[in-house]
Design a protein around this ligand. Sequence first.
Ligand code: HEM
Length: 423
Amino acid sequence: MLSWMFSTWNRSLAVEASAEPSTRILQDPLKHRSLECLQDLIELGGGGTWPPTATYEDSWPRPLRPYHSVLRIMETSLPVEEPSLDNARNREIIDTFRARMHSELVRCVDIREVERTLEEWQSHSDRSVQSAWLGFFACISFLRHAYRWGVTPIVSEAQSETSVLFPGELDLPWLALQRHFGISSPSGCMTSICYSNMTTAADHLQYSVTAGMPELHSSTEFWNTKLVIDMEVKVAITYMDLENQDAARDALKSANDILRAALKHFFSTMVEKTLSPKVWMAYVQGFQGWALDDVDGISGGQSLIFRTLDSFLGIRPWPTTEKERLHIPEAQRNWLNCLRDYDIRTVAKQRNYDQVTAELESLVKQLRLWRMGHMRRMQPYESVHRPERKTMTAGISVVDAADEEQMILHLKKELGRRLAQTI
Ligand code: HEM
């Protein structure tokens, strides 16, 4: 979601109105902290666009390209059609997969060259380099998650691990990526595994965890990422000027219309024919989990649009910096903090801008309705029985509920808390 606000700038100087929202924002000469945060988000966080544009192996420095080749070699060995229910057998499968990946990494990657290259790369900050960093972020995240699980559908043998020692070939670039994007988690995040995994030209996934599986698996995997990205694309709104109540009201009216259409898209996509519940839980959600060293993997809760809405509308409590820093890159966090600091609903109330307040309340109402719908819609997905594993969500870890019914009760309680806070 892109928006910038409280401008006192004369909009007759506005940049080409027909340009893409990201371009308009980047070209806007206004000097304002909120606009600067948004420009950084697009430039540093997205490689010149939001949602991000990632580029892949051809755009990376040569010493980093073998990572892509290793992922391609390993991709098809990860998913199986029928997971084993035998722990000892699964231990063997996981260990064999990890040993194979490790030996491919040792064979293909020159770790000293990688170290030198990453140090040098870190000093470049232009946009095309950012896109390459994003693609590399995706690649290393996929490798790390594949190493972490060793097989998908994920199995309880791997879920029972509390810690895993990763090869230096996967830790060294990860430290550089953590520094570069300003995150602290050892796992991937929505930015690396979803936003950075869609090729712009062909609209397909660059990396897949369902390679070699039937079409239903790959289309569910595709739509899982596509939906997250579509939501970012559809909620691109432009600036609003709080100095002028009428302009602010009109901008918020259009934000309400845009959000309504985006949420409709959300619910018409989260259906069986695009996202198969049977396949989603086993082949998409599991891989995105982490559940090591008390750290979780990817949750829809990391999607920028919903964090932006919460921050813009003052839906508290804010996550602690430490928690948010795990999975949300620095440029995104700065943007969110800027919205939180401004606290538009309080400002509108202080100024007695009743029409602006009414539009803001209407956005809150839509967010509440989305949370209710999302809670209902997640149930068929999260209640699928998978005997090979313990109940788990990618974002809130292994729950190990007695059965699926208990799991749903647990999740309804978790999601219900945020719904109750949406006021
Ligand atoms: C099959 C699709 C999906 C299912 C089954 C699902 C399920 C869940 C579950 C169980 C949670 C709570 C546990 C956790 O964080 O892991 C959650 C949280 C969340 N999900 Fe989803 N989700 C889906 C797709 C999405 C998408 C596409 C988005 C956004 C584009 C999204 C946005 C969120 C948000 C924002 C939260 C945090 C809670 C909140 O803010 O209310 N989800 N989801």
